[in-house]
Ligand binder design. Structure first.
Ligand code: GLP
Length: 250
């Protein structure tokens, strides 16, 4: 596990885009595991810029996303399918037929989880998995729990997650209470992990996840066991780590 320090959001985005861009440049048919949320948006903007100026080619890239709200259609502007199209896919030359997300409109949970696990398996391995982190240490929508889940499952969202994500909705009542998410087992199978973290609201989660015990109460803590995990975090997100473990992150 390597934590790369960034000054601020823009610096984090640039450093993370270099890591992801290098992956695509070195292996043009890469399988990307992608994430939503405000954390990766700046990185996605740079990838769009680098694709438009000819530095990156996504025409042979495939992608699988971490999660999707239960019950939202892909054309709902709060769905993660909509987010991915508008924040990345429409700006790069990826073939949208090669981009996959869980289908939030499938009410048959067992069927959808099996379908999405088969999609992930059919990719032959994720080369790099982008992650953000929740204030409670969640990755994807793997919420604090007594266990780490292996495969895709449907979760009831944590109260804190619903509150945090309500900023994107007109009111908190509109936030879906359930979501489909890739399991921690699938995330851990990715060859490389690239986590982007910014802001003081994530400082506790960073401390607990990477300087504490490995526990499903803090799902991101399992990333300590990943053989190639790169975390790009800004100074604000590193605040508590810097206080408690001065010098630990250069
Ligand atoms: C959301 C997503 C996560 C994301 C996290 C942080 O609920 N399911 O994949 O990493 O919360 O979001 P943000 O980057 O907006 O802080």
């Amino acid at each position: 596990m390597r934590i790369i320090r960034a000054k601020d959001y823009d610096d984090m985005s640039r450093k993370a885009a270099i890591v992801l861009g290098a992956q695509v440049a070195a292996k043009p048919d890469s399988v990307l595991g992608l994430a939503t949320g405000s954390s990766p948006v700046g990185m996605y903007k740079l990838l769009i810029e680098w694709c438009k100026n000819g530095d990156l080619d996504f025409s042979n890239v495939k992608s699988v996303n971490l999660d999707e709200y239960f019950g939202l259609t892909a054309d709902n502007d709060q769905s993660y399918a909509y987010f991915m199209y508008h924040n990345l896919f429409k700006g790069i030359n990826i073939d949208v037929k090669n981009t996959y997300l869980p289908d939030g409109t499938n009410p048959d949970v067992a069927n959808e989880c099996a379908r999405y696990d088969a999609v992930i398996d059919s990719m032959g391995g994720v080369d790099i998995q982008v992650l953000g982190i929740g204030g409670n240490g969640h990755i994807g929508f793997n919420e604090p729990s007594d266990v780490f889940k292996l495969g895709t499952h449907c979760v009831t969202l944590d109260k804190k997650t619903i509150e945090a994500n309500s900023r994107f909705f007109n009111s908190i009542d509109e936030v879906p209470t359930k979501a489909y998410t890739m399991g921690v087992g699938s995330i851990m199978k990715a060859k490389k992990i690239l986590m982007v973290v910014n802001g003081e609201a994530k400082a506790q989660a960073m401390l607990d996840s990477f300087f504490g015990d490995i526990t499903p109460r803090v799902q991101a803590s399992i990333l300590q066991m990943h053989p190639d995990c790169v975390i790009v975090a800004d100074d604000a997100a590193l605040k508590l780590i810097d206080e408690k473990f001065p010098g630990a992150v250069k």
